[in-house]
Design a protein around this ligand. Structure first.
Ligand SMILES: [Zn+2]
Length: 198
């Protein structure tokens, strides 16, 4: 579902949000990560099939995506420096599918900021350690970023009809994610064919 009253995904160019801030006419509420991801898919990925390319979507939103040499325990970073476009840096040594999830997660941070109208700051930085990505956590911003990434790369309406006909490995390949991320997604959607061991 889109949020036309506050620009939805269309507002990430900053201009519409600025206008909304000026009007100050609606109550602030925590954005829904699934709605935000679906709004982007509806706008930028309709009819294009799987896998979704989070790098292309990020660039469309004005976010550069680069590979870099990050500390071993860091998978990705979203950073904005004064006077520069925001950029996502992902660990160059990670597999393509892991990098794709990391880009989607960092894009989740960017989208959250836009939805919360945190566009006033010209500098910010999010550093994501590997241990936090894709897992359930308690930090609401990280939970948002992970749920956003899962919906962006593994949209529920696409995965649900085919989930029980294919193995997690085949699904992971089709959606361009790691088998671990796919297994976790299937578990969260209660679509696993077999019960997972703890
Ligand atoms: Zn994060």
């Amino acid at each position: 579902m889109n949020h036309p009253e506050r620009g939805g995904a269309a507002g990430y160019n900053g201009v519409e949000y600025y206008q909304v801030v000026q009007s100050g006419s609606y109550p602030m509420s925590t954005p829904d990560p699934r709605d935000e991801a679906r709004a982007l898919l509806d706008r930028y990925w309709t009819g294009r099939g799987m896998p979704v390319d989070p790098v292309e979507i990020a660039r469309t939103l004005g976010v550069q995506v680069l590979r870099g040499d990050l500390p071993p325990d860091v998978a990705g970073v979203l950073m904005k420096r004064a006077g520069h476009d925001p950029r996502i840096v992902v660990a160059a040594g990670d597999s393509e599918n892991r990098r794709r999830f990391t880009v989607a997660h960092e894009l989740g941070h960017f989208v959250y900021r836009g939805a919360m109208l945190e566009t006033d700051s010209d500098q910010y930085e999010y550093v994501d350690e590997r241990s936090r990505l894709a897992r359930a956590g308690t930090d609401p911003v990280e939970v948002f970023a992970n749920q956003f990434a899962a919906e962006l790369l593994m949209p529920e309406d696409v995965i649900r009809p085919v989930a029980k006909q294919m193995s997690a490995a085949v699904l992971a390949d089709r959606f361009g994610v790691s088998q671990e991320a796919m297994s976790y997604r299937l578990h969260n959607l209660k679509l696993t064919r077999f019960a997972l061991r703890a």
